[in-house]
Ligand binder design. Structure first.
Ligand code: GCB
Length: 584
């Protein structure tokens, strides 16, 4: 799915800003058809932002159910005879959209975009009312899964099996844009590299017309290759490659017969897994970085360019070359930034919490394990989440691998049955990138599905959840386990999570748990083990920064495994990592 752009043939208007907003704890909005007029008792809500922490009330913070957004939108007068599209970069987790009294779209899945075609519903020059209802409930058919309890006093309580707060709402940009009636609907680009020569394989889909021309230009605007077919291969001799640390981009301009023009940034690079190496442009790549979250005070998961650029500055300062979009697709702005700056990304679906054992939020009477609880509906939502992720992010050179789940139960035989078709779906959607999942602390002989994947990604908490406080044992057990994975699978291993909670400012000569010093010592123990096991090609610390979570009594004001605090101040671990990753 192409991102809205301004080009010679396209215009784009941001609908970010203050919208009318109403919580709907009594589920009145749908039966009373609130889209037909101004929202009752509305307050104001900034878009983009998660809604939860903005109003400063427990009701908003803990709300479970529908919330309503509304604003008036004027269609520019010059858009006569053109296609008009309303685009939501995200709405967590389910949304229905109306233009005046007419439903124009609905979508499920809180981290991927969707569009409503308004052509035929709108008159250029006139204003209309956009109303969106967003439901933040997670159930056993959704990705991620959850359970909503109705308490004896009538309140709802949302349970879920993942360790980050269920921020929701319109937490990414909203756009109104226009294209000619016939338009470039999609472009798919993959690139191949032989020495310094490259090939750009493309396919362009034009709705209601045909491709007129495809032109590849370099960063200086000089034409390097041209074609006039809907699909083909462009040869680029002496190409400047996209590589880690160097986000070199070309531009592919696709023109359609009806005059539409779309320009797509293209990074030329090749990704491969060979034996136990992860190769980018034929060279072994070692992942240094973090699992992150989209998480900040007040905004929750609301995208903000200021915070994004600052996070990338800190990644640069600490010497990271990569991160994982744990545990959901991040805003497209983030991937575009990574493309431009040569940061490598493992791109993850929102399939987190497919595992009852980790979260301990089950009550008597609940299904005994996840595979007894989820079924075809969940698997279908998961498949859609994979396909929507690939459809959105397939053209980003920064994305080198798809992670299709975080810490699912991978011990029970049902896990294999559930995942086999999903791995197939991921490969069918994109044959060019490796596929992985992040595996929960489970030894290789108990795991039933890692052989289906290209890279072994391990989340390991030796020294924290196991061997708590004993880093000598932790280091020994970690190394033994890594060697076993290497022996059994012969694939690259990335440790996609390791870390310890540390409360900033709590120091200790005896390095007890929760101190900054223990966090440093734990990371160092892991690093010694990594450096002894050749198949380890990546180290992603959990987490880049402290983040909000509703995870029960072993969390104090959020998860404190950040190397930076929630407001991005470095803990001792940040300096230790910087020394390891930059030598400074
Ligand atoms: C994990 C999860 C991550 C948690 C982390 C922790 O294994 O993947 O979402 O936040 O552990 O801190 O417990």
């Amino acid at each position: 799915m192409l991102r809205p752009l301004e080009t010679a043939s396209r215009e784009r208007v941001s609908l970010n800003g203050l919208w009318a907003f109403a919580l709907d704890p009594g589920d009145r909005g749908r039966p009373e058809e609130w889209w037909r007029g101004p929202l009752p008792e509305a307050s104001e809500m900034p878009v983009p932002s998660s809604f939860n922490d903005v109003p400063a009330t427990r009701d908003a913070h803990d709300h479970v159910g529908d919330v309503w957004y509304q604003r008036s939108v004027r269609i520019p007068a010059g858009w006569e005879g053109r296609r008009v599209v309303l685009r939501f970069d995200a709405a967590a987790h389910r949304a229905v959209v109306w233009w005046d009294d007419v439903e124009v779209g609905r979508h499920e899945g809180g981290y991927t975009p969707f569009e409503c075609d308004l052509t035929g519903h709108v008159r250029p020059g006139e204003a209309g009312r956009v109303t969106v209802v967003v439901d933040n409930r997670l159930d056993l058919g959704s990705i991620p899964p959850g359970i909503v309890d109705v308490l004896p006093d009538g309140r709802r309580r949302q349970r879920y099996f993942h360790d980050f707060f269920n921020y929701a709402g319109l937490h990414r940009a909203v756009w109104l844009y226009t294209t000619p009636a016939s338009y470039v609907e999609d472009i798919t680009v993959t690139t191949e590299v032989t020495g310094t020569d490259a090939r750009v394989l493309y396919r362009a889909d034009v709705a209601g017309g045909r491709v007129a021309s495809v032109v590849l230009r370099d960063a200086g605007g000089v034409e390097r290759a041209r074609a006039d077919t809907a699909s083909g291969t462009l040869s680029v001799p002496d190409a400047t490659l996209w590589r880690p640390g160097h986000g070199h981009l070309y531009e592919l301009e696709v023109s359609a017969s009806g005059g539409d023009v779309y320009t797509l940034p293209v990074g030329i690079r090749e990704v491969a897994v060979e034996g136990d190496r992860f190769l980018i442009n034929g060279e072994p790549f070692h992942f240094r970085g973090f699992g992150k979250h989209e998480d900040n005070a007040v905004r929750g998961k609301g995208h903000d360019d200021v915070l994004m650029v600052h996070d990338f500055a800190l990644l640069d300062w600490v010497g990271a070359n990569s991160f994982r979009t744990s545990h959901y697709p991040y805003a497209e702005e983030v991937l575009e930034y990574a493309d431009r700056h040569g940061i490598v990304v493992i791109d993850e679906t929102p399939a987190v919490g497919l595992n009852f054992e980790i979260a301990h939020t089950l009550v008597p009477g609940d299904p005994p394990h996840i595979w007894a609880a989820v079924g075809d509906t969940t698997q279908e939502a998961h498949r859609r989440a994979i396909e929507e992720l690939v459809a959105r992010d397939k053209n980003h050179p920064s994305v080198v691998m798809w992670s299709i789940a975080n810490e699912p139960d991978s011990a029970r035989p049902q896990a294999r049955t559930y995942f086999e078709p999903l791995v197939r779906a991921a490969r069918a959607a994109d044959p060019s990138r490796p596929v992985c999942f992040a595996q929960v602390q489970l030894p290789p002989d108990q795991d039933v599905m890692s052989d289906l994947f290209d890279v072994i990604c391990l989340n390991r908490y030796y020294g924290w959840y196991v061997d708590t406080g004993d880093l000598v044992t932790a280091e020994r057990e970690l190394e033994a386990e890594l060697r076993e994975w290497a022996r059994l699978h012969g694939k690259p291993i990335i440790v996609t999570e390791y870390g310890a909670d540390a409360v900033a400012g709590v120091r200790s000569v005896a390095a007890g748990t929760w101190t900054e010093d223990y966090q440093v010592e734990l990371l160092e123990a892991f690093h010694r083990a990594f450096d002894r096991v050749e198949s380890v090609v990546g180290e992603h610390v959990w987490n880049f920064a402290d983040f909000a979570t509703g995870y029960g009594v072993n969390r104090a004001d959020g998860n404190k495994k950040g190397v930076f605090t929630r407001d991005r101040r470095p803990k001792a671990a940040a300096f230790a990592l910087r020394r390891r990753w930059t030598g400074r």
